[in-house]
Ligand binder design. Sequence first.
Ligand code: TXA
Ligand code: MG
Length: 332
Amino acid sequence: EFRRVLFRSGAGDDSVDGASGNDTAKAVELLCAGELVALPTETVYGLGADAANPLAVAKIFAAKGRPADHPLIVHLAEATAADQWAQLVPPFARDLMRAFWPGPLTLILKKQAWVPSTVTGGQDTVGLRVPGHPVALELLRRFATAVGGPAGIAAPSANRFGRISPTTAAHVAEELGERVPLILDGGACAVGIESTIIDCSRGLPVVLRPGHVLPQHLEAVLGMRPEIETAQGAPRVSGSLDAHYAPMTPMRLVSADRLLDFLNAQRHRGGQCAVISHSQLPQAGMPHVWRMLPADPEAYAQQLYAALREMDHAGADIIVVETLPAATSELC
Ligand code: TXA
Ligand code: MG
């Protein structure tokens, strides 16, 4: 059974989580003026712009330093809005929307003719998602009211191209600083890794990017196990580039049984390691920065990007990551 991610409830009268109602109002103003706004989602923070405004969307690519042929996900306030953006929505895609939206699942569908090609990277499909975060939903609803017509926020992860995705507002500030006029703070992301992406434009569902929603969750809804596309040749999703989500410090995956030997060898060479482990406890006498993550796959995933970011700042020569708990390698 797919576990829906629960979020902290709203803090006060006109505030949801960290972002106040006034912040969301300001965010709507900026979006309507063709400016960028960083917003929290349950997966990672997004760098948002009015998806119907190609000039605004172009600012996303400029701020991230991202190649213009990479398509963006359009975030919607509710599933009923999907038909304004997509055509030929197959029944299995509707089933997925009903089961997982709002939530960490993105559906690729044949786009409506009007949808700007800046958003879709020139493809004839569009990625759609209703995010499961109260601040994002509040923003999307207010934006929809302000716009009147089809209202979607195009948003990739709010990191510079090729870098670790942000899971707190502070991470966004670190990545983009002055390049984004407003960052809505919705706390630490509950999922912590990107949404699962399903291509629904080819007749049968195909998983393009693994994420929090697992093949077995999909199978429970679809009645069949979806095919999983392995990246060959040109990447269809940016997460499949080798250098994607990379820290600046070199990184090595090392299995639990080889970890201590590896660290000892590094020490003899005078190399400083920053270690991320989930089963091996920190070793006394090793001059290493050591971060333990939970062994539970969902908790591990939720903390992974923050840990990588922290280790990237530790001044080590190498980041050593204990190989992942079995189920997590399916997630990440
Ligand atoms: O969890 C998420 O999905 C986060 C939050 C902000 O929603 N967003 C995110 O966006 O991860 P981004 O741009 O970092 O990754 C979006 C992925 C890219 O790999 C892109 O290639 C793929 O979605 N994508 C978007 N539209 C597509 C399309 N029409 N066809 C194929 N892939 C598409
Ligand atoms: Mg990204």
